[in-house]
Design a protein around this ligand. Sequence first.
Ligand SMILES: [Zn+2]
Length: 637
Amino acid sequence: MSSVRLNIISAIYGNLPKEAQITKIEFEGPEIAVYVKNPSVLADKGEIVKKIAKDIKKRIVIKADEKARKDKKETEEIIKNLVPKEAEIVNIKFDDELGEVLIKAKKPGLVIGKGGTLQNKIFYETYWRPVIVREPPIKSRTIDSILTHIYNETEYHAKILKVFGERIHRELLFKDRSVRVTALGGFYEVGRSAVLVETPESKILLDVGLNPSVTGGEKFFPRLDIDQVRLEDIDAVVITHAHLDHCGMVPLLFKYGYNGPVYTTAPTRDIMALMQLDALDVAEKEGRPVPYTAKEVRKELLHTITLDYEEVTDIAPDVKLTFYNAGHIIGSAMAHLHIGEGTHNIVYTGDFKYAKTKLLDKANDEFLRVDTMIMETTYGAQEQEGREEAEEKLINIINGTLNRGGRVLIPVLAVGRGQEIMLVLNEAMKNKKIPEVPIYVTGLVDEITAIHNAYPEMLSREVREAILYKDENPFTSEFFHKIEGFREDIAQGEPSIILATSGMLNGGPAVEFFKTMASDSKNSIIFVSYQAEGTLGRKVREGVKEIQIIDRDGRVENIKIEMEVNHVEGFSGHSDRRQLLHYLRNLSAKPRNLVLNHGEPNAIESFRRQVDREKERLGLRGTKIYTPQILDSLRVA
Ligand SMILES: [Zn+2]
């Protein structure tokens, strides 16, 4: 055993009251689980455990030895007696391996109790460690099947967590403290985001996305084929958010033998799996080859460790990870890597929005230390209209279209813009700013909206309070009608508003709606999100009058575009140029190295020049700016 682990174990043995009777200490991923025969000894000694955790800088959880745990039937009874009826428990599941009991309730706050008191009580009366999750008001099939899957595989899950735990707490071997960052995808382009961070001790992958503007070929994948990326050497994969250009290739890692952990937030885990499975489904329907199967998605889920924002976690012997809110989509995170004992601090922003939206709070700008910042610059060359202007523009286009008897098609990314636009439309219709017509929402958007309802604590205060306390959940508003996919009768029917995926018209029901609606000049299409180069959405947005689409049978279809084409950028989940600059100026700690990525060449270059000109004002006088190409490596420490 490594001396790192021995030291931790002896610190716990030396400080925990003997009467608790430790039976084993397990390294379960980043957590250290102390199994004891007599947990009740510790019931009023929480301070001792906290102090040990603080001293050794580790996350410690006390669990009961298997033999000490109460019988499951009895435990269920105790839980039902302790928890008030109003909590509405819908399901209880046990994990024998980890000694945990999953409690699913409509009002999880009532199971947790004030300051966690009831949660604690459940543990000390049953000796099962409660894990409490929310049953959302709109049922989410995704969350149900993910939890069922994990609880069906408890043996494998526990085993793999121990493998991770031992790897994280291995011996440090090298004196060298250098840090190197390598661009694998999403540099000088948007799509297939992936960054490799290396120290002599460890290798971390930040995002592993696919390129949405192609459906195959070498540009579809990030450069995982180089020598530096040997999958057995990767310590951790960190996923910032659930858009496929950031997480679409994670299952591929498992296909080729990756056996390590994936760190992300809980909503990202759920939506990521859903998006990956949906991408498989769409590819299969369209007869395209798929790079992985559902089997790898299921493995990915068992290997995923979810973290809350601002929770410091060891992911390698010399790397700690902390997530911060990125304001881009639900669960989106900026990843802060603390390397060595303060040798170097990296912030990888992922996609972020530095402004409040209806759905989310604005991105975090407070870090204790940042040496290198890797920052997205999607809109580095553009300014978007303000929020109010954007809403007004959207409402005007919708009114114009509905008044002339047309239908409005809004292609949306299933996650993010979909929900933001739903909030805007719901409010506008409630306030009679647009006439009451049906708003159709395609299946995937609806399912992802359900996932939003499972994590209200991750949403803006207004939406959270509306969901939790006011019983006026905007997502379950009567204006919305769920449809499974494309429907001819709706595309050619009465005036209506249609929200359909995908946001860039590169597949999904939005394309079907577009094909049917394009030739009618009464209709309109409104783009509300970024259109990547090479996508159909980009061509339409740029105003081509006729396009060819190859249909499922390989026939070329000519489609004349007569419908009104509009774009409203103000709803974007990305920061525009002004917001990016504000962000740099307001950062509590200024980076020595600023690495620009996630932008097309003109966005990156124009933004670099702008930052260069304003270095003084932004407080970046000593900062070096880098704009690496794919496969460039940068020694940052
Ligand atoms: Zn994104």
